[in-house]
Structure formats: structure tokens, C-alpha cells
Design a protein around this ligand. Structure first.
Ligand code: ATP
Length: 327
């Protein structure tokens, strides 16, 4: 057994609400086990530049409720090179750091795996991304908050849509994954939901809108994931509907980065706290190359390689529910 006395923690890739709660959990768990904890600023770039800070239990007071990440985050080109990773390794050695917790998405985990393979450095991943696109966990940290933000915004848009008898196309985040669109769409009662995983075709959307007009609906919301594969962006979709269904007056709202920010939901705070404890405990047991996650409300672990490659499939049952609801 290798003695693990000093653990570093960092956030990497896109920020997500709840990352601070995860940092806090890692720091406090280290303190609980009387281990030292080091925060690395700006992800892998900070690791290369030696941008480190000592974190004690009290260093993370009053951050559980804060969005973003106190350690900042970055995307590092240099870490993709062998020389960059060597510099990073030397910095960890210089500071006598024995193991690393990476809070981020699949890109950050890929970097961690490459680093482990080259330097045999113990690493554990915590999934922090609003996209929920990671295999090995039902929820990533930040997804629940982003969903709630999107639903709240769509609710407000609905007020305008129904006052003016309008059709609104609301674009939500998700370049490659439709989890936010599908869940927020069902939660906000959308008429149609367009996601990258399922291209149901534009004809189907027109049919559905025609049907709802006939059935007496005066306003509608269509939720569109950024990466939907209809071949049209959200503005083109609105034009297309107006051309083909002149009864409709269509408007577009792009929610954008507001979905990443804000105070984390209670769910994300609890999830982050649980995953942070498990991540540190795994390292203290000399485990490495694992990602911590949630399944059936139990904290579980998945090989980090599997987590990167596995992909996370959309819930077909939820798609069916959405269809039934939009009758
Ligand atoms: P998000 O899901 O929010 O985009 P992410 O963790 O997937 O988060 P990326 O930008 O893909 O974000 O990855 C974060 C960082 O991980 C990169 O900037 C890079 O420094 C490192 N990284 C990613 N892939 C590799 C790789 N193949 N080799 C070395 N480092 C990598």
C-alpha cells in the first residue's frame, strides 16, 4: 500500500453548478482523515504552471451555495502534449502530492487517464458537467440545476407565448446530448422536443403543430437542443414553420450560458458532497482510474476508461411520455 498523504483537487473543462460543493467535499474529507489537500487553479493549465493553493477545512466555508468554481477552470492545449504533462508531473512531485481528484467532463477524464498511464499517478474522476452525457452515473453534478434553470425560463416564456397566441422555439444547451432538452421539455410541458439523438423529421413537427392548433391549443413551446439534427438552426426552424403554417407566429429564445450559472440545487449539493467523500476514500484505499457516480441513488464506481467510452443513452420511455403529453 502506498501512503496517500496529500491529495490535489481541480476543476476542468466547462464549469457547472455544484463544482464548489464537490471541492468543499474533497477538502473536508481530506481534513477528516487528517490528510493535506491542495487546490489546483485553472485545471490542467494550472497544474503545468504550478498554480497551487493549500486548502484547509475552513478554506471552503460558504461555497456550497455558489455557482461556478472557486478554483477556476480552463481548457489546456499544453496538457495535450507530452512536455506539458511532464511539467505538470514535476510540479505535483515538487509539492509532494500523491494523488489527484479531477472534477470535469469526459475530456478532463481522458486527460487524467493519459496522465495516469504515463506517470502511474493515482487519479479519481468526479463527473461535473451540465450535459449529463457521462456513462456510469444517472446524474452529473450541475445537470439538475441546469434543468431547473431551463424550466424556470421556459415557464416565463410560456406566459408570453400564451398571452400572444405565439409559438416559441426555445434553444437549450446540449451540443451532443439531449438530456437537458428532453427533461426540461417534459418538465415545462413542451409541445415538441428536438434532440441530437433522435431526428424525428420536420414533417412530424409540422403535423404535430397542425394537430394542436386543431385541438384548440393557442400557443406552443418547442424545445430544441443546440445540437439537434434537423439540419436547421433554431431561427431557421421558426422561419420554416411560419412559411409552412401561416397560422403560426413564431419567436425564438436562446437560453445560452445562463443555464450554466446560478446557485446549485439541493440535489446537486448533496450529490457533490457524496461523490467528493467517495473520491477521497477511494484514493486512501489506493484505488485509481475510477469515476464516482450515482445509480439508483447509490454511490457507485466505474472504470474511468469505461466512463469515457460508454456514452449515455437517452431515456426512450421519457420520449414516449413526452409524445403522450403533447396530444
Ligand atoms: P465539458 O463536458 O464541459 O466540455 P470536458 O472535461 O469534456 O468538459 P474538455 O475541454 O474536453 O472538457 O477537456 C478539458 C481538458 O482536458 C482539455 O482542455 C485538455 O487539457 C484535457 N484533455 C482532454 N483530452 C485530452 C487528451 N486526449 N490528452 C490530454 N489532455 C486532454
Amino acid at each position: 500500500m502506498k501512503n496517500i498523504n496529500k491529495i490535489a483537487v481541480m476543476t476542468s473543462g466547462g464549469d457547472s453548478p455544484g463544482m464548489n460543493a464537490a471541492i468543499r467535499s474533497v477538502v473536508r474529507t481530506c481534513a477528516y482523515y487528517q490528510k493535506d489537500c491542495i487546490g489546483i487553479y485553472r485545471g490542467y493549465q494550472g497544474m503545468i504552471e504550478g498554480d497551487f493553493v493549500e486548502l484547509k477545512a475552513r478554506s471552503v466555508n460558504n461555497i456550497i451555495n455558489k455557482g461556478g468554481t472557486i478554483l477556476k477552470t480552463a481548457r489546456s492545449k499544453e496538457f495535450r502534449t507530452k512536455e506539458g504533462r511532464e511539467k505538470a508531473f514535476l510540479n505535483l512531485k515538487k509539492h509532494e502530492i500523491d494523488a489527484l481528484v479531477v472534477i470535469g467532463g469526459d475530456g478532463s477524464f481522458t486527460g487524467a487517464l493519459v496522465f495516469n498511464t504515463e506517470f502511474n499517478f493515482p487519479i479519481i474522476g468526479i463527473p461535473g458537467t451540465i450535459d449529463n452525457d457521462i456513462f456510469g452515473t444517472s446524474h452529473t453534478i450541475g445537470f439538475d440545476t441546469a434543468l431547473n434553470t431551463a424550466v424556470e425560463a421556459i415557464d416565463k416564456i410560456r406566459d408570453t407565448a400564451s398571452s400572444h397566441n405565439r409559438l416559441f422555439f426555445v434553444e437549450v444547451m446540449g451540443r451532443d446530448a439531449g438530456f437537458i432538452a428532453l427533461n426540461a421539455g417534459v418538465g415545462a410541458g413542451a409541445e415538441e422536443i428536438l434532440i441530437p439523438e433522435e431526428n424525428l423529421g420536420l414533417e412530424r413537427m409540422l403535423e404535430s403543430l397542425k394537430k394542436s392548433r386543431k385541438s384548440g391549443k393557442s400557443s406552443s413551446i418547442v424545445v430544441v437542443a443546440e445540437g439537434d439534427k434537423s439540419g436547421k438552426n433554431v431561427f431557421e426552424l421558426a422561419d420554416y414553420v411560419e412559411k409552412n403554417l401561416p397560422d403560426y407566429e413564431a419567436r425564438v429564445s436562446v437560453l445560452g450560458h445562463m443555464q450554466r450559472g446560478g446557485a446549485p440545487s439541493c440535489f446537486d449539493r448533496v450529490l457533490a458532497s457524496r461523490l467528493g467523500v467517495k473520491a477521497v476514500e477511494l484514493l486512501l484505499e489506493n484505488k485509481t482510474n475510477l469515476m464516482v457516480g450515482l445509480r439508483n441513488n447509490e454511490v457507485i464506481t466505474t472504470g474511468i476508461k469505461e466512463a469515457i467510452k460508454g456514452g449515455h443513452t437517452i431515456d426512450k420511455e421519457l420520449l414516449r411520455v413526452s409524445d403522450i403529453m403533447s396530444i
